[in-house]
Design a binder for this molecule. Structure first.
Ligand code: PLP
Length: 381
């Protein structure tokens, strides 16, 4: 059996999305900046994609800027906000994605802004009281806290953080790359200034994403060049990527309730089967708490054992694609900064399984059995 349980890394393209993209690959090839009919046809496609995304997120089309993906969107907002508003203090956590971690390190290096790390509780959730005290001490700060953690699945109480941001006059950016397409965001209600998305996390094409920039908090452009993307990002647009992104988001919203129910069921099944099969198994972060955790991600924590070092390799040999990272860095394996921050010194094994609408209960059962074999449980009992 071949099982793809690495959907937090990327998801397979939905064939319906591919059908929507095809005409913009083969027939509608004009440059959207050209004023003739070939160009106008393509420009209209981009603008209707923008309108669709804005409708789904309940914001205005002018607030959606298409990008090459999540990394670019995070870079653009963080660097743009610091330069535009002369921000001196940044509040973030130690478990952000590298697209945020490394950008902020560079913002510190080049613009001198000071980084403050908010405390996390024992399950990896942001300590809201500490966040408030950091905000009290540092008014007009930049807050960058992700909505859904890509490794351990923890969900941020994004509404509470947005209210704090308003109260303390902070600029609030959230990396929402893992949650867009899986949860509904109402940007008329949510007091957030910048958020990000990548189409390939919700069955759209790779190399395309967007940033949401609230209208009343304008930041400087990221790429200078032509007047594309309302002068916010120069360069000929990734036309079929943008068309695919909008179609993928439309499908994600259309089918969200049903897919959420099915995927949650898979995650729950895996939790129960693992608990019944592998003694001492637990789950990193707050993964097993379905209310406070991304339903597509399950990060399994395995008792310390020599077999753990080769686990991902051995799963791969059995046809299972998953991802990992342990708290410590050993040999060629670079450890996970997220697990290292939450479980310093831990030698437990870590495997992240992440699910999509294309996965099945049979696949879960297959993976649990193989994992039990590989961790030595089935040979011991
Ligand atoms: C939380 C998070 N942010 C940012 C990114 C980067 O997105 P992209 O690879 O589209 O640049 C990812 C992708 O893994 C992610 O999971």
């Amino acid at each position: 059996m071949n099982v793809y349980f690495d959907n937090a890394a990327t998801t397979p393209l939905d064939p319906e999305v591919f059908e929507a993209m095809k005409p913009f690959m083969l027939e509608h090839f004009g440059n959207p900046s050209s004023t003739h009919a070939h160009g106008r046809r393509v420009k209209a496609g981009i603008e209707s994609a923008r309108k669709k995304v804005a409708e789904l997120l309940n914001c205005t089309p002018g607030e959606i800027i298409f990008t090459s993906g999540g990394t670019e969107a995070d870079n653009a907002i963080l660097m743009g906000a610091v330069q535009s508003f002369g921000i001196r203090n940044i509040i973030t956590s130690r478990i952000e994605h590298h697209a945020v971690v490394h950008t902020l390190e560079n913002v510190h290096k080049h613009f001198g802004a000071v980084i403050h790390y908010v405390d996390l509780d024992r399950n990896g959730h942001v300590d809201i009281a500490h966040l408030e005290s950091l905000l009290q001490q540092n008014k007009h700060a930049l807050i960058s806290l992700m909505h859904a953690n890509n490794e351990i699945g923890n969900l941020l109480d994004i509404e509470t953080v947005s209210q704090f941001a308003e109260k303390y006059h902070a600029y609030f950016h959230s990396d929402t790359v893992q949650s867009v397409g899986h949860y509904r965001h109402d940007l008329k209600k949510l007091k957030i200034h910048g958020m990000t998305a990548a189409a390939h996390k919700f069955h759209g094409p790779k190399g395309t994403g967007f940033k949401y920039l609230r209208r009343d908090k304008k930041i400087i452009p990221f790429l200078y060049g032509g007047s594309q993307e309302r002068n916010m990002r120069g360069g000929t647009e990734n036309v079929y990527g943008i068309i695919g992104l909008a179609k993928a988001l439309e499908i994600a919203y259309r089918d969200m309730d049903e897919h959420t129910r099915i995927i949650k069921g898979l995650k729950l099944r895996m939790i129960e089967k693992l608990r019944a099969t592998i003694p001492g198994v637990s789950f990193h972060g707050d993964c097993a708490n379905l209310e406070k955790s991304l339903y597509t991600v399950l990060n399994v924590s395995l008792p310390e054992a020599d077999e753990n070092n080769m686990l991902l390799f051995n799963l791969d040999l059995k046809g299972i694609s998953a991802s990992g990272g342990s708290a410590c860095s050993s040999g060629a394996t670079v450890g996970s900064h997220v697990l290292a921050a939450l479980y310093p010194g831990s030698k437990r094994g870590a495997v992240r399984f992440s699910f999509s609408k294309y996965n099945t209960a049979d696949e879960v059962d297959y993976v649990v059995t193989r994992l039990a074999e590989l961790t030595g449980v089935l040979t011991r009992i």
